[in-house]
Design a binder for this molecule. Sequence first.
Ligand code: DGI
Ligand code: FE
Ligand code: FE
Ligand code: FE
Length: 187
Amino acid sequence: MERHEALAIVKQQLTEHRYQHTLGVMETAIQLAKRYGADVKKAELAAIFHDYAKFRPKEEMKRIILEQNMPNDLLYYNTELWHAPVGAYLVKTEAGIQDEEILNAIRYHTSGRANMTLLEKIVYVADYIEPGRIFPGVDEVRELAQQDLDKALIKALQNTIQFLLKKNQLIYPDTIHTYNSLIMTIK
Ligand code: DGI
Ligand code: FE
Ligand code: FE
Ligand code: FE
C-alpha cells in the first residue's frame, strides 16, 4: 500500500492532533529504519497504522479482545493498552494489511514484548521520540536513538515504568518482560 492511501485511511480514524502525532512517528520510523537497516517501507506503514484503533469505543475493543482470543489479562490492566493489539486486528481486517511483521509492530507498540524484532523496536522508539513529544527525558532518548536503539528502548521503558509507579498504576507483564529481555541481551 502506498503512503498516501494509508494516510487517507488512518486520517478518518484519528483526531487532528493524533494524526499529526502519526506523521511524526512515520518520519521518525523512516529515519530509524534507514539508520539501522530495517525495511523502510514496512516501518513507514507500521508507523502510519500504529494508533489506528486509538479512538475505538472501549466496549468494541473489549469485545474484539474476547472474540479474537487475545490475552485475557489485558482486560485487567489499563485500557490504554488495548488499542495496540486491537489495532493490529483491525488494520488487518479493515485496511487489508496482511504483513505479520507490520502487524506485530502495531500489536506490540505500547507494551513491547520479550525479544522484539528490529521493526518492533523502531516503531516503539519512534512513537516515544517523535518531534511532537515533549515529556521529561525525551531528549535523552532522542540522542540515544541515534547511537544505540536498544539503549534508547531501555531508557524509554525505564521512564515509562517509573511514570506508572509514581501514578500507582498497574504495570503490564509484557512491559516488564520487554525491559528484562533487553537488559539481559545488552552488550
Ligand atoms: O498511543 P500513544 O499515546 O501514542 O502511546 P502508547 O501506545 O505507547 O501508550 C499509551 C499509554 O499506555 C501511555 O500513557 C502509557 C501506557 N502504558 C504503557 N505501558 C503500560 C501502560 N499503562 C499501564 N498501566 N501499564 C503498562 O505496562
Ligand atoms: Fe499507541
Ligand atoms: Fe509508546
Ligand atoms: Fe502513538
